[in-house]
Write a protein that binds this ligand. Structure first.
Ligand SMILES: [Zn+2]
Length: 262
């Protein structure tokens, strides 16, 4: 585990903790934890006694540092309050959650790795049942924008459909990148008979998309949008409360057409 509670119920990262901050407690099961620092391994926390608690398993240091950076940036913004890392929401924990000025509850989830869309759907429904609007944020490091053919992952296409034709990537602090996927067509092929390049005859790739960067925003610039359950292409989207830009009805019509190919 790369984070734990101190006695004052403050969450501390293993990289910034020292033995003087002890005692530490597991965020998941609240039992005693110990800080382990040595030349061999990155500083981390471990349960003092044997336990079947699986809290923090699979999470990376990078993910934890990202949560702290996002919290620190949001705390500077007067449009949000009660910013918390790892708030207990239902049976799980929200990465970084807060209230907006209208007292809406919002949770921001940073998904650094690829996960099944079923899991995103389940967690989105969980947040909805706990009355939290959710913003799923992805890692932009492999994103190809502009004229490049981008092999968007299933998870990205799913979130793009869920968020009415936009995907949000985390840039640092509370800065996010807004990206729209559009159809990607072959550049064309060489017609030997005419000795000229022909167009792609309207063929739309199912695997590739063209990713258009719409711009950068702050997380606090977004708003709560309620989504009805809907089938978009092969995706069955749940009822949800989303933290995002408002729906654009023209774009939603276009999505229905695009997701026949995707
Ligand atoms: Zn534990």
């Amino acid at each position: 585990m790369y984070a734990a509670y101190t006695e004052q119920r403050v969450i501390i990262g293993s990289w910034e903790a020292s033995k003087e901050d002890a005692p530490f407690f597991c965020i998941g099961c609240h039992s005693r934890a110990i800080l382990k620092k040595g030349p061999e391994k990155y500083p981390h926390f471990a349960h003092v006694s044997l336990t079947n608690c699986s809290y923090g398993r699979g999470e990376s240091v990078r993910h934890w540092k990202a949560k702290f950076a996002m919290r620190d940036a949001l705390e500077q913004d007067s449009r949000v309050n009660d910013v918390q890392v790892e708030r207990a929401i239902g049976k799980g924990f929200g990465d970084v959650s807060f209230h907006d000025t209208e007292h809406n509850k919002v949770d921001s989830e940073m998904q650094m790795s690829t996960i099944p869309t079923d899991l995103i759907s389940q967690r989105t429904q969980l947040y909805n049942s706990e009355d939290f609007a959710v913003l799923w944020l992805l890692d932009p490091s492999n994103l190809l924008s502009g004229r490049e053919r981008y092999p968007a992952r299933r998870m990205e296409k799913y979130l793009h459909a869920l968020y009415f034709g936009r995907v949000y990537y985390w840039l640092g602090g509370q800065k996010i990148l807004v990206v729209e996927f559009h159809e990607c067509q072959p550049e064309g092929f060489f017609n030997r008979f005419h000795r000229a390049w022909d167009g792609g005859n309207g063929y739309i790739y199912s695997r590739y998309v063209t990713a258009w960067v719409r711009g950068e925003l702050n997380i606090a610039d977004l708003q709560v949008v309620t989504r009805k359950p809907e089938n978009v292409g092969r995706f069955s989207l749940p009822a949800a409360q989303l933290w995002c830009l408002p729906e654009d009805s023209e774009r939603s019509q276009e999505l229905k057409r695009l997701y026949k190919h995707w």
